[in-house]
Design a protein around this ligand. Structure first.
Ligand code: NAD
Length: 478
């Protein structure tokens, strides 16, 4: 049985209490490792280490910090296969996806912010009798809290800019998928990261996560996860006036007009619906299709979804693999039942799958539902699984109403060859991200985040570096 360790002050240690949590392999449903069940004692040690490390780390020349982060990127890349295998076992995602997307993106996150910090500058504002310049200084000890769906990808998306900007970090990966954060801590010393600069505490959200949020010496919290937990975090951190970045849930519209490039749309819609078992915050769970092509789309999309192979993560033929946990698997299945109660028709899927030799794993067939009202619970609440709902619409005005009439506003996708319509729709859609004729096409320099209940603040590019620094204006009179 593998034993994951906390990483505090450059050393791998168990939780002070010695308590652990079981870690499951979703492909087989069995326990395969133990995770520290950290508490306040571990946090005290991590905060102490991070505070001690801050003066030297923040005072380093940016090029020195940059070179350590580049080394981190290189070491992940050198060990790409090991990281990808660990991610796939831990999360249940197809190995080929971890190799192609998750781990390469973690490499890019470190190299991107290593380079970005060397280009980061601040403003100057001249007056007739004075000059103002803005200092952008690191905050001190900051916390990052990340989810299970893209474990190392999102963990590094926060940790890399925080470190690049000169902060010291206490990072809490999801207790459901902590393995690749642990592997990262194993290369951190080799990359030359000084002790205490990055500390990783493992454990339960409502326990060590909540303590992290409430700790008086932690200046900022960068969180990605559910809207429910984001709300809890804000209720504790906001009255303490901490800086907060919240990336939360979504229920994204995928809007398909009859004048789209049909084949490209169909291929991409299959991906935006079911990639990573539909467990990507950017997946398009509500598919709105213009009435004139609704029947054709329904038949083609259903036929294509039926061909997707659900199988073990290490089988290269698998298009979808396991759902991350038993609890999440049961939640998804309960939403499928709800959809039926609400009058939906299951066009394909809607049931568990039991691949040979993996009968106890948590697999669900890609599921397409039709016939549901846009305002029903199935179409309003985040399911976060391989389940999509298709809904016909008549015109732009109607589909805009459907798309926006929801508490969420993370991303959206529009399929049309009509340029004017694309611009019109992009302007009116209530979402932080709009993709036209593509999906999950990412440039790391762009602002990333949601509106309404999907997010507060933006990550990505300079936005992330601004979040992890405090601007201070200096006015000098001539
Ligand atoms: P979650 O909110 O349950 O947990 C996220 C993290 O928060 C975990 O590390 C967890 O341990 C921790 N946590 C839980 N309770 C806490 C508390 N009280 N205080 C502090 N930390 C706490 O989310 P999840 O189930 O891991 O992830 C799925 C969710 O994440 C979905 O809602 C999905 O949409 C969202 N997500 C959003 C984005 C985005 O960019 N907007 C990206 C990926 C995932």
């Amino acid at each position: 049985m593998k034993a994951i360790r906390n990483y505090i002050n450059g050393v791998h240690v168990p939780a002070v209490s010695g308590d652990t949590i079981d870690l499951f392999n979703p492909a087989s449903g069995s326990v395969y490792a133990q995770v520290p069940d950290s508490d306040e004692q571990d946090l005290t040690n991590a905060v102490e280490a991070a505070k001690n490390a801050f003066p030297a780390w923040s005072a380093l020349d940016v090029n020195q910090r940059s070179s350590v982060l580049l080394k981190m990127a290189k070491l992940i890349e050198d060990n790409l296969d090991a990281f990808a295998e660990a991610e796939s076992i831990d999360n249940g995602k197809p190995l080929k996806l971890a190799k192609r997307v998750d781990i390469p993106r973690a490499v890019s996150n470190f190299s991107f912010f290593a380079k970005a910090i060397t280009q980061f500058s601040s403003e100057a504002h001249e007056m007739t009798d004075a000059i103002n310049y803005t200092l952008r200084q690191p905050l001190g000890v900051v916390a990052t809290i990340s989810p299970w769906n893209l474990p190392l990808y999102l963990f590094s998306w926060k940790v890399a800019p925080a470190l690049a900007a000169g902060n010291t970090v206490i990072a809490k990966p999801s207790e459901v998928t902590p393995m690749t954060a642990f592997l990262l801590s194993e290369i951190a010393n080799e990359a030359g990261l000084p002790p205490g600069v990055l500390n990783i505490v493992h454990g339960l959200g409502h326990k060590i996560g909540a303590s992290l949020v409430a700790h008086k010496d932690i200046k900022a919290i960068s969180f990605t996860g559910s809207t429910r937990v984001g709300k809890e975090i804000a209720s504790v951190a906001a009255p303490m006036f901490k800086k907060l970045s919240l990336e939360m849930g979504g229920k994204n519209p995928n809007i398909i007009f009859a004048d789209c490039d049909y084949d490209r749309m169909l291929k991409t819609t299959l991906r935006s619906s079911f990639a990573n078992q539909g467990q990507i915050c950017l997946c398009g769970a509500r598919i709105f299709v213009e009435q004139s092509i609704y029947e054709k789309f329904k038949n083609d999309f259903t036929a294509a979804a039926k061909k997707l192979v659900v199988g073990p993560p290490f089988d290269e033929h698998s298009d979808l693999s396991a759902i991350v946990s038993k609890a999440h698997y049961e939640k998804i299945l309960s939403y499928i039942e709800l959809a039926k109660e609400e009058g939906g028709t299951i066009l394909t899927g809607g049931h568990p799958v039991h691949p040979k030799d993996h009968e106890n794993g948590w697999y669900i067939a890609p599921t397409i539902i039709e016939g549901l009202d846009p305002d029903c619970r199935t179409n309003q609440e985040e399911i976060f699984g391989p389940v999509v709902s298709i809904i016909p619409f008549n015109n732009e005005e109607e589909v805009l109403h459907f798309a926006n009439n929801i508490p969420y506003g993370l991303s959206s996708t529009i399929w049309t060859e009509n340029l004017s319509r694309a611009h019109r729709m992009a302007k009116k859609i209530e979402a932080g991200i709009v993709w036209v004729n593509t999906w999950l096409h990412r440039d790391l320099r762009t602002p990333f985040g949601g509106v309404k209940s999907s997010g507060v603040g933006r990550e990505g590019g300079l936005e992330a570096l601004r979040f992890f620094t405090e601007p201070k204006n200096v006015c000098i009179k001539y």
